[in-house]
Design a protein around this ligand. Sequence first.
Ligand code: ZN
Length: 203
Amino acid sequence: MKIFCVGRNYAEHAKELGNAVPDEPIIFSKPPTALLKDGAPFYLPDFSEDIHHEAEIVLRVAKNGKHIEPKFAHKYFDHLTIGIDFTARDLQSKLKAKGHPWEIAKGFDGSAPVGQFVALNTLPPVNNIEFTLLKNGEPVQKGNTANLLFSFDVLIAYISKFFTLQQGDLIFTGTPQGVGRVHIGDHLEGYIGDHKLLDCKIL
Ligand code: ZN
């Protein structure tokens, strides 16, 4: 199982971190040991003083494919959920400044919690999915897939040029604005529409 992530896929988030809007998708990956499922808690690692939540829609790949054309891409995912791309922002900033890969700032153990997956046919159209992250009961991130810079179909086509997509692979599709630091004791809850799908305590 592979975990792909997309950087800067919402213009307002690129802006809040002072980044330019990309002209091609920015793809990175996390190892399978990053995955956190079934409401498992996230333990703050000791190598960072600034772990940020990035709430994102996560696609689950339904079948194997390579060089998928955008017009067929919708056949390659049939479930999605909300997940968090936890990021050690302090490490990432240092690595970015040196032009180094940011793997350790993004792919560490437990950095990819995912909620319960739901079938696409129970959801609004994929280009109009609202999602919300609550921190300690207060909304901190709100997104709508209508604002994606690169649509799910474009992402699937782009990623599959370089990597064979396999059934069960996950794609974190980028975070909207409102990213911020988490602390011990925080409680994160992720919603798609009115449905709570993700629960993650910070320990
Ligand atoms: Zn992200």
